[in-house]
Design a protein around this ligand. Structure first.
Ligand code: 5RP
Length: 218
């Protein structure tokens, strides 16, 4: 199977988790895009979705799923999103697509977070994928220096702005043995909006598309 076929396979597997849900949360990225396209069959059953990016909002509207403000609901039943890396403890690196902050907010507000990945995203130790850190633009240089003190090699994602009008530093060279600790430390640097470690609030279920089958990590 191609990587796109694996993404489609795992997106299909996520549909079982939205049965009976009326309000869902939807992440961002090419894997989730397959899931969104499949939501066309759920028009009327899914009343609305909370969206993690402008791109996802457009795509949801395109298949006829209304988008709601997260502020208008107290809780989301299920949040479906992809990831850039997943370890065996369901800790994630996200933000390759730049939507990490809104994704983290919806994950926090959701009862269940279902993460969908193809098998190329599974790792033993997080960090081979550069860790995205969203920063307030004027703090970029200061934050980069602080990230270097933590042993990382931050690279500015030049000419890129998030939906929140912020910038991203992609941190290379980290071997992340304690993701919860590193997530907390980086989020404590002044100027950081959030970082792409989803460890304190990790996934509840990870679905991994392998081709032969979809593995479920709970
Ligand atoms: C976007 C994300 C995506 O979930 C992550 O980058 C995976 O994307 P894709 O499904 O395209 O591989 O965190 O901010």
């Amino acid at each position: 199977m191609t990587q796109d076929e694996l993404k489609k396979q795992v997106a299909q597997a996520a549909l079982q988790y939205i049965d009976g849900e009326t309000i869902i949360g939807v992440g961002t990225g090419s894997t989730v895009n397959f899931f969104i396209d499949m939501l066309a069959d759920y028009k009327g059953k899914i009343k609305a979705a909370a969206s993690s990016s402008d791109a996802t909002t457009e795509r949801l509207k395109g298949v006829g799923i209304p988008v709601i403000e997260l502020n208008s609901v107290d809780e989301i039943g299920v949040y479906v999103d992809g990831a850039d890396e997943v370890d065996t403890n369901k800790k994630l690196i996200k933000g390759g697509g730049g939507a990490l902050t809104r994704e983290k907010i919806i994950a926090a507000a959701s009862k269940k977070f279902v993460c969908i990945v193809d098998s190329t995203k599974s790792v033993d130790v997080l960090g081979a994928f550069p860790l995205p850190v969203e920063v307030i633009p004027m703090s970029r240089n200061y934050v980069a220096n602080e990230l270097e003190k933590l042993g990382g090699r931050p690279v500015w994602r030049k000419d890129y702005y998030t939906d929140n009008g912020c910038e991203i530093l992609d941190v290379h060279g980290l071997k992340i043995v304690d993701p919860v600790k590193l997530e907390t430390i980086i989020n404590g640097i002044t100027g950081v909006v959030t970082n792409g470690l989803f460890a304190a609030r990790d996934a509840d279920v990870v679905l991994v598309g392998n081709g032969d089958k979809v593995d479920t990590i709970k």
